[in-house]
Design a binder for this molecule. Structure first.
Ligand SMILES: [Zn+2]
Ligand SMILES: [Zn+2]
Ligand SMILES: [Zn+2]
Length: 334
């Protein structure tokens, strides 16, 4: 007989109740078998699995109105109203206690519609000169989006060649959502500069391209530290902000973007995780310097060698060098 195990708010449901998620309730673990979004119900069953799941979403921030902004020596801070669009993409299975990553799963995008929320947010971006410095030192890669003029064409050819299936796990593409195409030798190592050279031709050769589903791609890129430095910073900031705000960590959301649509620069946004906002962004705007200094202090003091859930995030998520890179980034912007 079916019984109600628990209730989850609409905001958190996509990340906690996707198929394959381990839902923890009252000290018991349940495996989610089916999510019925329209019916507002997930079917779960008790399970002894020895791992927990952690879902990630692709989150987009659209700034609706800037209410206040101020530039400092290396960063510019701002606050305003934003629209947050989020869609769960994949999840990790993490072994209990050791935090070892056991595997990845993809979340079916057709099961959960894109979530949209209007709220208030505080954000800061790195100023252009500092961003250039970060790029020079290899801490971030802003040119990641410019793959040269033949990219679309090469990308489609690679997908056709691979039969629109992930070359790692064989997953087929779903309607309306093509797989990623990945550079075996990283694109940036070719040193392409738009208008200056034609090295994209070499980089985008079909032999250098493979079709990968989102979760296989993410795993490959994590190995290469592409998600590294900014995600690490977002992780720390998201970790300490609730201490200053004296709020629950779930009351805020943190997004890092290497090139935000508003500023075109590396940007970190902390939004109030409730429609209309909770008043935290004003507070964080005032705390900007304190927050960054606190972040540096925390990362420097953490005893883990390369990163852990209480500072920059687990190594498997942010990459081997993320802790060192994040400290360097904080040094440059403080
Ligand atoms: Zn795959
Ligand atoms: Zn890639
Ligand atoms: Zn740590």
């Amino acid at each position: 007989e079916a019984a109600v195990v628990g209730v989850v708010d609409r905001q958190s449901a996509p990340l906690l109740l996707h198929e394959g998620a381990v839902y923890m309730h009252g000290g018991e673990a349940y495996l989610v078998r089916e999510l019925d979004w329209e019916g507002r119900m997930a079917r779960v069953e008790p399970a002894q699995v020895g791992y927990y799941t952690q879902a990630s979403a692709s989150v987009t921030v659209e700034v609706m109105e800037v209410l206040e902004e101020e530039a400092g020596p290396a960063t510019q801070k701002a606050r305003g109203t934003v629209r947050i669009l989020s869609r769960p993409t994949s999840y990790m299975k993490v072994r209990l206690y050791t935090h070892e990553i056991l595997g990845w799963g993809e979340i079916d995008p057709e099961r959960v519609p894109e979530q949209e929320m209007e709220t208030t947010a505080y954000w800061f971006n790195v100023l252009p000169e500092t961003a250039a410095l970060l790029e020079q030192e290899g801490l971030i890669n802003m040119a990641r989006d410019d793959r040269g003029p033949n990219w679309e064409q090469q990308r489609n050819q690679a997908r056709d060649r691979d039969g629109h299936r992930c070359r790692h796990c064989g997953a087929p593409e779903r309607p309306g959502r093509g797989h990623d195409v990945h550079h075996v030798q990283p694109f940036r190592t070719f040193g392409y500069r738009r208008g200056e050279n034609e090295r994209y031709l070499e980089a985008n050769r079909l032999e250098n391209l493979v079709t990968l589903c989102r979760s296989c791609h993410r795993r490959v890129e994590v190995d290469r530290l592409v998600f590294g430095t900014l995600s690490a910073l977002a992780h720390v900031v998201g970790h300490i902000a609730p201490l200053y705000l004296m709020c629950d960590p779930r009351d805020i959301g943190v997004v890092s973007e290497v090139k935000s649509s508003l500023t075109g620069l590396p940007t970190c946004t902390i939004y109030d995780n409730a429609p209309g906002g909770l008043g935290f962004s004003e507070e964080l705007y005032k705390l900007h310097g304190t927050l960054l200094a606190g972040a540096r202090e925390l990362v420097a003091a953490c005893r883990c060698p390369r990163g852990c859930p209480s500072c920059v995030g687990p190594v498997a998520e942010v990459g081997e060098d993320a802790k060192a890179n994040c400290l360097r980034l904080l040094e440059l912007i403080l």
